[in-house]
Design a protein around this ligand. Structure first.
Ligand SMILES: Cc1ncc(C[n+]2csc(CCOP(=O)(O)OP(=O)(O)O)c2C)c(N)n1
Ligand SMILES: [Mg+2]
Length: 303
């Protein structure tokens, strides 16, 4: 069954310039359906700032500030503080950036805002490369993946940066992973983030058919497979010290996930095994972290 967005007024209108099957478009639609009209978005360069439309047209029915790449969290903090001075404590300020704009270029501003516990919601839609400029690798690109700067003859050797560990180390009230493949879980997390104060961060998995080399009709399936295989596990971190696994289907191997995407095509047996081993190690580490921290916390919502 297709879930309907909750906002009575659709805030994401038809007519954007995104590719067919764009996971980041779906990510925004799901997010805005929870945040509602009382939202201001701050957005750096990336696919999203491009396909939103050319001024005065926009596919979003909320205000959007398009900002310099490195400044997203800083501008969002300024907008929030400006609203506060005007006596407005209700508007959600959403910083919405890609993985390049979060893991790499926007990281210092994000760290500054998190350290000051600015009252903003930062969502990174992660399509695991610099897609808008032609599929260049970022520090969110997984090891073993093809991109235009990591061709098959020299696939990316480095592992994906663990952004949740970095951001939650600032001890912000809330950090979580979410996926377009788990819309109910995503909505719950956005709802929780909307209802609390301080810096909130959501790392949102968003498939990219163009860059990942899969059919546009497979975007949701690829995202679901990422969760099932634990390539992209779902969890939350409260106050930087309480780690909690979200509901997920039974674990399966990474085979199905890797095989349905052209960016992982022709991996050697060794690369395939390395990928599985790394996923298993990260998953065990996460489980252990959740086990040892859950009993310390008071204000954690039930699944
Ligand atoms: C300071 C600066 N450097 C580089 C660019 C060129 N640029 C525009 S969009 C983009 C890719 C952004 O990647 P990401 O944040 O992952 O978003 P995506 O395009 O994947 O949605 C780049 C490098 C720019 N606009 N400004
Ligand atoms: Mg990207």
């Amino acid at each position: 069954m297709i879930e309907q967005p909750r906002a009575e007024k659709e805030l994401f209108t038809p007519g954007h310039y995104g590719c067919p099957g764009c996971g980041a478009a779906l990510a925004m639609r799901q997010t805005l359906s929870v945040l509602g009209e009382d939202t201001i978005i701050v957005m750096p360069a990336g696919c999203w700032s491009t396909f939103i439309g050319i001024y005065p047209y926009s596919c979003l029915n909320v205000p959007v500030a398009s900002v310099a790449f490195a400044s997203t969290a800083g501008v969002a903090s300024g907008v929030k503080n400006g609203l506060s001075i005007q006596g407005n404590e209700h508007t959600t300020v959403l910083a919405w950036a890609g993985d390049g704009g979060t893991f790499d270029i926007g990281l210092q501003a994000l760290s500054g805002a998190a350290e000051r516990n600015e009252d903003i919601l930062f969502i990174c839609y992660d399509n695991e490369a610099y897609m808008n400029t032609g599929i260049q690798r970022s520090s969110a690109t997984p090891a073993g993946s093809w991109t235009t700067t990591t061709p098959e003859s020299a696939r990316k050797a480095q592992r994906k940066k663990n952004i949740l560990e970095i951001v939650s180390a600032h001890r912000i009230p809330y950090a979580a992973t979410a996926s377009i493949g788990a819309p109910t879980d995503l909505e719950k997390k956005v709802e929780w983030a909307k209802g609390i104060k301080g810096s909130r961060f959501i790392h949102l998995f968003a498939s990219c058919p163009t860059g990942w080399r899969h059919g546009p009709e497979l975007s949701l399936e690829v995202a679901r497979k990422a969760v099932k295989s634990r390539v992209f596990p779902l969890y939350e971190v409260f106050d930087g010290d309480t780690w909690k696994i979200s509901p997920m289907p039974d674990k399966e191997t990474v085979d199905g996930y890797l095989k349905c995407q052209g960016r992982f095509r022709n991996m050697s047996v060794g690369q395939h095994q390395d990928f599985q081993r790394q996923v298993d190690e990260d998953w065990e580490r996460l489980l252990e972290r959740c086990r040892t921290s859950m009993d310390r916390k008071k204000n954690v919502p039930a699944n």
